[in-house]
Design a protein around this ligand. Structure first.
Ligand code: F0G
Length: 354
């Protein structure tokens, strides 16, 4: 099997890269499309997940970051800066380090999942935690990048969406065509916009078809659904705790032009999908990711997604990103026993009711 060389090498003809663009890579992309057989049977659809937690830093952000950082390096930048709910900062820190750039990240204090904070820390970023939320952090770094010699690598940097659109290419290659429905969590709304761009570009060249784009915000942060900015967004899915999405209009366009919809799911629905996915299919994704599965369940019940449809739900981040939510989500704790075989056998027989 040929070695996978990462996104810049693999998708050059679709990307804004030139001979001068550094061949930066942590071998991102090429993530699995996993069929969910049990849930497909149960729900009467053909359901797959695009498992973006298999990227090098554990989220889809690596697809966009590799291009944004390579272009920053090409343009002679020495420092990158971003606001983040966690995953962007982990990815920026990894690619910034790899490219030899200083990485500055601004995060909302106390609202970052533990795994993401650990990544940014060990990867050597300069971390600032503000007493505020993501939207305020983004406003600050956008403004600062205008006056300081720092390249902004949030998804308002167009290279981010260029990289992220490659996930749509992979979905089409893995399925042989675009699915009927693409279900995806929505936070700052960059990823849904990137997928839509990717599906359209691939269709133009390869005739792979176009899916309905169905995006899901968390109920406490559902600015697009409500059609109003939410000044104090709240959700257990901290990755998408965003009240003023930067790519708002692109996301609305993706949903409208594809006969899809931007919808919302409650924290309870997200947590239910999170457990269901882990305990039925053996797939562990972070809570925000599971908004896509919660959304599929909701729209199957409402009839908006039809029985028999071919559905791809994007799982944007690895479950290990947020160990705290995993431990809190299940009441069961390990049974502590004496260190001998007899004690273990006794417990095993008790559990299986023998
Ligand atoms: N899922 C995860 C795991 C995320 O980290 C994010 C965004 C999203 C979904 C939403 O994607 O913003 O393109 O609509 N995380 C950003 C961050 C905001 O800072 O890591 P989006």
């Amino acid at each position: 099997m040929a070695m996978w060389k990462g996104l810049i090498e693999s998708y050059q003809s679709f990307l804004p890269v030139t001979e001068k663009t550094p061949r930066l890579s942590l071998r991102e992309g090429n993530t699995p499309l996993i069929p969910l057989e049990k849930l497909s049977d149960r729900w009467g659809v053909e359901l797959y997940v695009k498992y973006e937690g298999a990227n090098p830093t554990g989220s889809f952000k690596d697809r966009g970051m590799v291009i944004a950082v390579a272009k920053a390096k090409e343009e002679g930048s020495e420092t990158i800066i971003c606001a983040s709910t966690g995953n962007t900062s982990a990815s920026a820190a990894a690619y910034g380090t790899r490219a030899g750039l200083r990485t500055v990240i601004v995060i909302p204090e106390g609202k970052i999942a533990l795994g993401k904070l650990a990544q940014a820390t060990i990867l050597g970023a300069d971390i600032y935690a503000i007493r505020g939320n993501f939207d305020q952090a983004l406003e600050m770094v956008r403004s600062i990048s205008q006056t300081e010699r720092m390249t902004l690598v949030n998804s308002v940097n167009p290279y981010r969406l260029e990289g992220q659109k490659t996930a749509a290419f992979e979905v089409c290659d893995q399925l042989g065509e675009a699915p009927d429905v693409l279900a995806i969590p929505v936070g700052n709304a960059g990823n849904i916009s990137a997928y839509w761009k990717g599906f359209k570009e691939y269709h133009e060249v390869k005739g792979t078809g176009l899916p309905q784009m169905r995006g899901f915000e968390a109920e406490g942060a559902a600015a697009i659904v409500r059609n109003q900015v939410i000044p104090n967004p709240e959700t257990i899915a901290t990755a998408i705790r965003i009240g003023n999405p930067a790519s708002w209009h692109l996301a609305v366009d993706a949903a409208e032009s594809s006969q899809g919809k931007i919808d919302e799911v409650t924290d309870q629905e997200i947590l239910e999908a999170y457990r269901l996915l882990a305990q039925t299919e053996g797939v562990f994704a972070e809570p925000a990711s599971c908004a896509s599965i919660a959304g599929v369940k909701k729209q199957l019940a409402s009839g908006e997604i039809k029985k028999g449809a071919k559905v791809v739900a994007v799982l944007t981040g690895n479950g290990l990103k947020d160990p705290t939510t995993a431990i809190d989500a299940v009441a069961v704790e390990p049974t502590v026993i004496d260190c001998n075989e007899a004690a273990l056998i006794e417990q095993l027989r008790k559990q299986s009711g023998v």
